[in-house]
Design a protein around this ligand. Sequence first.
Ligand SMILES: C[S@@+](CC[C@H](N)C(=O)[O-])C[C@H]1O[C@@H](n2cnc3c(N)ncnc32)[C@H](O)[C@@H]1O
Length: 311
Amino acid sequence: MTATRLPLFGQASSELIPAFVLPDRLIAPAFSTARGLLYETDCSNLLASLKDETVDTVFADPPFNLGKSYGNGAVNDNLEQHQYLNWSFSWLDECIRIVKPGGAIFVYILPQWGYHHAMHMEKRGLLFRHWIAVSMKGTFPRGRKLYPAHYALLYFTKGQPKTFNRVRVPIPACRHCGGDIKDYGGHRKYLNPLGLNLTDIWEDTAPARHQKFKARWHINELKPMIPSRCFEISTNVDDVVLDPFGGGGSSYHAAERLDRSWLGSEVTDCSHIPDRFAKHLPGSGKRQLPRHLLELFKNPDRKFRILSREQ
Ligand SMILES: C[S@@+](CC[C@H](N)C(=O)[O-])C[C@H]1O[C@@H](n2cnc3c(N)ncnc32)[C@H](O)[C@@H]1O
């Protein structure tokens, strides 16, 4: 373990702190497949190790600062507003740096934070595409407020999108009789048999609530459908996607299924992610390291180790 001497904020880099230093160490991937790499570390370590403009799409589902416990005490989910926003802007800036021109950033977030994140991305020159309302079920009204019924899924691109694939969803049908639940004003016969165009309101994506459907029973976990749609919209087969906040591994699962290459980090124990792959994508975790991803790293190491600054 080597000690590093760091410049203080506002000091010339020649003036170094003599005593208080953060240690660095090399960490190996916690899990890999033929197309994916996962690190058990703070996302800032993974992001810092990547070259500029190397990733096609970022999907991020960060902690919402609601005071949740994420397992090993590594996450303080109860920050002051300005601290939470500063932290959010720092990982967002890194995501903006590593995304390719025309690439996309999706952020799944509470509306109360989402408008700050959206403003920040616009200030950094990204192009606003959509504020997708993702239906939230099972909540209750709080105080003198309306019943919260959606999360924001922000969709920005670095300039005009290089990829935009239309995603289609099944024509809504009554679950009792199977008939249409909407009147298409005499135009039913013109509907595409492959389904309707996806809109910016997603109502079919409620979180996996039952333990048997979740990789980590105690943590919010998305249906893979949410990252899956983001990847389908903004990438093609073999493109590279990154999720800094792995959680139960929904986005890695989605990427693997869609034949996208993927990179990820999760700061708490992530042993449940290989278990999830073994259960749902058997055989995928047994391959060799994904050599094609090496070129995305600033300091390629044949073992895919990255420099981690311990927090
Ligand atoms: C809302 S959960 C993500 C859930 C995930 N999308 C899923 O569907 O399973 C947020 C995750 O980010 C992790 N996390 C928090 N801060 C982190 C950081 N600085 N670096 C990496 N992971 C972090 C938490 O431990 C938690 O598992």
